[in-house]
Write a protein that binds this ligand. Structure first.
Ligand SMILES: *Cc1c(COP(=O)(O)O)cnc(C)c1O
Length: 370
């Protein structure tokens, strides 16, 4: 990126990535084939899970995870209100009820002590900082990690995705996330049954019946076409090889933001990895500022496309209609009032970062004067 608009995040694509996609385009298989198998094997190995099942996107992967776990009508799914809406909407897809617990202001993750009784927890690793699922006081029947921010993160129990304290972990490969396939997602699990169920769910529920003829298959459940293509998977495998360096660059830039902003008045820095053995994936570097609206507008006017993650899910009319109100979630409301994600991606240059800090400082002064 030269001068001009600086986005809050963007993909990093190199010649190897391009070559990997072109190789598939010249091959016989475009859709789900050997490149998907390869990505699934590489992802499972990378995060230390027995199985990885790719999906068309992270939202489809969340849908698949709840369906595979048998969550449906009559069940209650609890998630963090400070997330992308898909963390909650996946419950509605399977006919379940949605619930929220307020966030812990120190981590911006769901307060695990406040999770009400439920059938499934969708634990979001906000900004790429893992929830401490080892300390979940009451484990519901199903625990799904929404790790769409957290590919490349780790806790002392292993990489996020190893499912040390969960049934399944969901990833997204949208261009703003740790690695990209354009659109794409995956679920990792250590359960062979869940993996088989996820595979059926992403491909029409089809089960081959070779004993009845080579052509024969059966469909015994309502399922979808949520498959990733081989073109996308080839890109994903190429990107996955660079995950370690991408996350290291994000961490170095986040550390540099911390230094540059250490003395900035009126800026609350985001929570860092709490102690040794924890690795933050830094999908986001979300500061909190007073008068966020004015700061946001000033930064955009200067070409810095800072973003807000997120409008709390209960504030969307779809959820407000279910009876959720902001006063039920005071910690989320306080955080939301100030949150602003500064540009952060592996190829963000030091001079771009200096410009962000400079523009932010001016925006804060202007907001204070107003
Ligand atoms: C990006 C994201 C999703 C959805 O992933 P898509 O691949 O865009 O469908 C779900 N949950 C969270 C927390 C996300 O950030």
């Amino acid at each position: 990126m030269s001068a001009g608009e600086l986005p809050y995040s963007r993909q990093v694509i190199d010649d190897d990535d391009v070559a990997a996609v072109i190789a598939v385009l010249r091959s016989d298989r475009l859709t789900t084939g050997p490149a998907v198998d390869q990505l699934e094997a590489a992802l499972a190995a990378k995060v230390g899970a027995r199985h990885a099942v790719t999906f068309a996107n992270g939202t489809a992967a969340l849908h698949g995870a709840l369906a595979a776990a048998g969550i449906g009508p009559g069940d209650r799914v609890v998630t963090s209100p400070l997330s992308f809406a898909a963390s909650a909407t996946c419950a509605l897809y399977v006919g379940a009820q949605v619930g929220f617990a307020d966030i812990d202001p120190d981590t911006l993750n769901i307060d695990l002590d406040a999770v009400p009784p439920c059938d499934a927890l969708v634990a979001v690793h906000y900004a790429g900082l893992p929830c401490d699922l080892a300390s979940l006081p009451r484990r519901p029947r199903v625990v799904v990690e929404d790790a769409c921010h957290a590919l490349g993160a780790a806790t002392p129990d292993g990489p996020v995705g190893s499912c040390a304290h969960s049934d399944m972990t969901v990833f997204s490969f949208h261009p703003v996330k740790s690695i990209t396939t354009g659109e794409g997602g995956a679920v990792t699990t250590n359960s062979a049954e869940l993996a088989a169920s996820l595979r059926r769910f992403r491909s029409h529920g089809m089960v081959a019946r070779p004993e009845d003829g080579g052509w024969c298959y059966e469909i015994d459940e309502v399922a979808y076409n949520y498959r990733l293509t081989d073109m996308q998977a080839a890109l994903g495998s190429s990107q996955l090889g660079k995950l370690g360096s991408f996350v290291a660059m994000r961490n170095a830039l986040a550390d540099r933001y911390r230094n540059l902003l250490a003395d900035a008045r009126g800026v609350v820095l985001p929570p860092a990895a709490p102690r040794a053995g924890w690795r933050h994936a830094y999908h986001l570097f979300a500061v909190q500022v007073a008068d966020r609206r004015s700061v946001y507008d000033s930064m955009h006017a200067a070409g810095i496309t800072a973003q807000v993650h997120y409008v709390p899910i209960y504030r969307h009319p779809l959820y407000a209609r279910m009876g959720f109100t902001p006063d039920q979630f005071p910690n989320t409301e306080r955080a939301y009032a100030g949150l602003l994600s500064l540009p952060l991606f592996p190829t963000l240059t030091r001079s771009d970062q200096d410009r962000v800090v400079d523009v932010l400082a001016h925006a804060l002064v202007r907001a204070e004067a107003a």
